[in-house]
Design a protein around this ligand. Structure first.
Ligand code: HMG
Ligand code: MG
Length: 311
């Protein structure tokens, strides 16, 4: 018989509550080749919220030519139902994207940088310094307006073009984003090469340099099957915000070999088993991912979704 929920055995040294930052509607869908209708995206987001997700990254105000799947950002954001306690951050690459987001009533944005020069070129068509200047030009007015701002740093644990990435290089970019005023920094393992000791080393280095883990999130892709082990290491190091994608959808169109994100169901199964509160109802989330998989025409990659579907 397949278990529907894990048994609960708490583990010392972990937080009581974890904020799951749901990226399925943005990171999950941005790579899909077939256009998902705007109404389906809106329903996906509503179902995620109904399953208990409190932060749902809704879409991306990037150039529609660069990410055609999210070209409907302006229409989609206006369709979303706003409720107290439910947050809808959106990705913003530059001032043009920021203006589009503001016009739609966005209150929370996520800017994105890279720890490496090559990915800044590939993803943002500029140098790393150029990208950081564009980001500062967005973050400064956004903070003045009272928006909440997250900064992503991609390629924190390895880069497909440059190879190894030094934690000190990541720390420099994190510090610049915090100096601009970002409230939270998400450490992106864009191509999924991180392992738990590496995760600990980066978070510890940042802590030594004065960055409180409470201001950090982790963003793991599961290319090498390491995402949950890396998450556990991050929780032990004091992280309380974890990015995940419903069903394990995802990938970055501008990063070779990036596969799906850590699946939210796999994460919630582990956190439920550890007795850590997320506010998410696992069966409702699984049902949402199955519904989305039907729309995409293939099964969700999440192991937990597959196991709970068989049962
Ligand atoms: P560019 O071609 O260098 O843009 O692209 P530009 O500044 O030269 O402008 C060219 C034209 O585009 C202009 O129009 C602009 O107005 C327009 P024209 O004057 O020629 O008529 N334009 C825009 N239009 C709509 N919305 C905009 C916008 N910006 C300029 N925002 C740009 C530069 C940054 C726009 C482009 O490189 C881009 O959109 N990149 C986004 C790539 C992307 O979305 N990647 C995936 C997200 S990151 C990720 O997945 C990683 C993450 O998950 C963490 C992890 O896993 O590591 C976050
Ligand atoms: Mg990502």
């Amino acid at each position: 018989m397949t278990a529907r929920l894990p048994q609960v055995f708490p583990h010392a040294g972990l937080p009581e509550h974890v904020t799951v930052y749901e990226v399925g509607a943005r990171d999950g869908l941005q790579n899909e080749k077939t256009t998902v209708p705007t109404e389906v995206k809106a329903e996906f987001i509503e179902r995620l919220a109904n399953a208990g997700a409190s932060v749902v990254e809704a879409t991306s105000f990037v150039h529609p030519k660069w990410v055609p799947q999210l070209a409907d950002a302006d229409v989609l954001f206006r369709l979303l139902e706003h409720r107290p306690g439910l947050r809808y951050p959106v990705l913003v690459p530059n001032l043009r994207g920021y203006e589009r987001a503001l016009a739609c009533g966005v209150r929370e944005i996520a800017v994105f940088a890279s720890a490496t020069e090559t990915f800044a070129q590939r993803n943002l068509n500029t140098t790393l310094d150029g990208a950081l200047a564009d980001i500062e030009a967005v973050v400064t007015p956004a903070i003045e307006r009272g928006l909440w701002v997250r900064g992503y740093v991609s390629m924190c644990f390895g880069d497909p073009w440059e190879g190894p990435v030094e934690p000190s290089a990541v720390a420099s970019v994190v510090e610049r984003l915090l100096a601009f005023g970002c409230h939270e920094i998400s450490l992106g393992d864009t191509i999924g090469t991180a392992t738990p000791g590496h995760v600990r080393a980066l978070i510890n280095l940042l802590a030594d340099r004065g960055v409180d883990p409470a201001r950090l999130a982790v963003h793991f892709h599961d290319t090498y099957g390491q995402a949950l082990a890396n998450t556990f290491a991050a929780l032990q190091a004091g992280i309380t915000t974890v990015d995940a994608s419903a069903g394990g959808l995802g990938g970055c169109p501008y990063a070779e070999s990036a596969t799906g994100n850590l699946a939210t169901e796999d994460l919630v199964w582990m956190l439920d088993g550890l007795g850590i509160d997320t506010g998410i109802d696992l069966p409702a989330l699984v049902e949402t991912s199955r519904w989305m998989a039907d729309h995409l025409g293939r099964p969700a990659p999440s192991r937990a979704v597959q196991a709970l579907t068989k049962g």
